[in-house]
Ligand binder design. Structure first.
Ligand code: C5P
Length: 227
């Protein structure tokens, strides 16, 4: 089942504190951005990649695409101040497709079995997102005091990819922009429309490279995969 993917890559990576876009940092000698792009370049079901970029980084990213022979990129629109705006800038430029995946460029360890399940579920149900079951005991806290120990059985940590039928995510993004609603993920925009969103169990390896220790986790994951 074919799909196109939107990769927001226009963040500033403040929490990484690298002084540059964290997606340019190397993992096993290759930029994080390229690790993520290669997953979709290799996947025969992916028919197009849309990359939201900072205007001042567009030339450098284009160089990287050539160097690593990433040929599926259809557009590199300018991202916005918020991740949601970066995603929307891609959706606005896309032509009608069946299924769209939105995936953080900072999650290089996504695997094709999870992508496949997401695409199939979104095709049937409209919206499907990747997540993993919460591992830790979860408590609600206010002013440093435990308010409640939450039943972990119903709690999931949400990741990307998030997969949608094109018309659904386009409508959800357009409405959110019109009313000035900012969600923490794409699913939230779709939930607002009263549409059900399905969960697809993903892997704990699908980490978002956010802080310095995530680079260490990332190196360990790559090493483990190549043993
Ligand atoms: O900062 P964080 O890691 O949560 O961002 C997730 C993804 O969204 C990253 O790939 C980042 O480059 C992207 N992003 C974006 N535009 C923004 C903020 C983040 O494309 N304004």
């Amino acid at each position: 089942m074919h799909y196109e993917v939107v990769l927001p890559a226009a963040g500033s990576g403040k929490r990484m504190g690298a002084g540059k876009n964290k997606l340019f940092l190397l993992l096993a000698n290759k930029p994080i951005l390229i690790h993520t792009l290669e997953v979709f370049q290799r996947d025969g079901n992916c028919t197009g990649i849309w990359l939201a970029v900072k205007p001042e980084e567009r030339d450098y990213i284009q160089q990287l695409l050539e160097e690593y022979r990433i040929t599926k990129v259809k557009g590199l629109p300018s991202g916005g101040n918020e991740r949601q705006h970066s995603v929307h800038s891609c959706i606005k430029e896309m032509n009608q497709v069946d299924i769209v995946l939105v995936h953080d460029a900072a999650r290089p360890f996504i695997t094709t079995p999870v992508i496949e399940k997401l695409v199939l579920t979104a095709k049937e149900e409209g919206a499907a997102i990747a997540g993993v079951r919460a591992k830790d005991t979860m408590k609600k806290v206010a002013d440093g005091i435990i308010v409640e120990t939450v039943d972990r059985d119903n709690l999931w940590s949400i990741q990307t990819p998030q997969a949608f039928q094109f018309d659904l995510i386009k409508e959800a993004e357009d409405i959110a922009e019109k009313v000035g609603f900012l969600g923490t993920d794409e699913a939230m925009l779709v939930e607002r429309l009263g549409h059900q969103v399905h969960i697809v169990e993903s892997t704990y390896e699908n980490v978002k490279i956010t802080t310095k220790e995530d680079i260490l986790f990332g190196e360990a994951i790559i090493q483990h995969r190549t043993i």
